[in-house]
Design a protein around this ligand. Structure first.
Ligand code: PHE
Length: 346
């Protein structure tokens, strides 16, 4: 019997050695200790053993079972360890690999230009005010000296909501609101950036665009103040070498009125396709606040004078960042927008 068990143990030893998976290990358990397993059968055979040999027989079978159980546990631990090691190996992270590029958002050119303009005017003591985009005829036109049927209303291609309400065609609407809101009729120095709407749509006109309005009302404000302010504005925004030219113009709410051109930022005034070979680019409209507008705003034109100006924010951004089509500003094309990522650090 002893030799038989020695042989059995040798055989089991061999089998444990060549076992490479939990599956195989469990199969071994069934093979030796299952219902019809080798050791189980040996154990069952005790009933046919003569009584005097039963004790030795039993001890030998136990020896085989103990060997199996110990070897089984040992192998199980080993396989488990191997599994963990394998897993660790497979899941190692190569920290030397270049990381994936994360796309970060960028400030929209429209917001960038608003911030620049705001910073500039705030540094000159202006307040920034807001006005409604859904306006009424009263503030957008009537209080700005556009009488009913005034031909200048045609030039604005207004989106009317109904007889009374409209989408503001110009931030000038905020001029009348600011004057009206200032019940003390004290001096005013504000800019109002925001969205405006007109029935236009081509490479240089969008049905929605941005404007920034400026309004200054005080005693003894003259055209010289207007010129100085706008020259500073143009040079600070577009570069110190920018030259500024004032041309007489017409707006119902300013008198005298002017349009302001700047030397083309692209060719420096030599003439190029962008400035249509003139060397100049129109930047804004401006003028001295019309006495009628002051009066309708509650200011005595004999005591107060003022100037106002309005410029297209999209145009400014287009000039400053060399954007060829105004519609790019509103189509959210990521290829366009991401170019402003880098410019952020300028
Ligand atoms: N609101 C005018 C426009 O949209 C510009 C302007 C503003 C002119 C203020 C004079 C004074 O064309």
């Amino acid at each position: 019997m002893k030799e038989k068990i020695d042989l059995l143990i040798k055989e089991m030893e061999q089998k444990f050695k060549s076992c490479t998976s939990m599956q195989e290990l469990n199969d071994l358990k069934v093979f030796y200790l299952g219902k019809k397993g080798v050791i189980t059968e040996l154990n069952n055979g005790i009933k046919d053993v003569p009584p005097s040999e039963k004790k030795d027989y039993g001890m030998e079978v136990n020896r085989a079972r103990t060997f199996f159980n110990d070897a089984f546990e040992e192998k199980k631990e080993k396989l488990e360890e191997e599994r963990i090691n394998q897993k660790l190996k497979e899941e190692t992270i190569d920290i030397s690999l270049p990381s994936e590029k994360h796309i970060t958002g960028s400030k929209h050119p429209f917001n960038r230009i608003i911030e620049e303009v705001e910073d500039l005017f705030v540094s000159m003591g202006y307040d920034v005010v807001d006005g409604p985009e859904l306006e009424d005829d009263e503030h957008c036109f009537r209080l700005l000296n556009y009488t009913v049927g005034h031909p200048a209303r045609d030039a604005q291609d207004t989106f009317y909501i109904d007889e009374e309400y409209l989408l503001r065609t110009q931030t000038s609407a905020s001029q009348s609101r600011v004057m009206q809101a200032n019940t003390e009729k004290s001096p005013i120095r504000v800019i109002c950036p925001g969205k405006t709407y007109r029935r236009d749509d081509d490479a240089t006109h969008s049905h929605q665009f941005g404007q920034v309005e400026g309004l200054v009302i005080d005693k003894n404000i003259s055209l010289a103040d207007l010129k100085g302010t706008l020259e500073t504005f143009a040079k600070k925004l577009l570069g110190e070498n920018t030259k500024v030219r004032f041309r007489p113009s017409y707006f119902p709410f300013t008198s005298p009125s002017c349009e302001v051109d700047v030397t083309c930022f692209k060719c420096g005034g030599k003439g190029c396709p962008l400035c249509k070979k003139t060397g100049w680019i129109e930047l804004l409209g401006a003028g001295m606040v019309h006495p009628n507008v002051l009066r309708m705003g509650g200011y005595d034109p004999d005591k107060f004078t003022g100037f106002a100006f309005g410029t297209g924010l999209d145009r400014l951004a287009m000039f400053k960042y060399a954007i060829p089509d105004i519609r790019l500003m509103y189509t959210n094309d990521i290829r366009f927008l991401k170019q402003f990522n880098r410019k952020e650090e300028d």
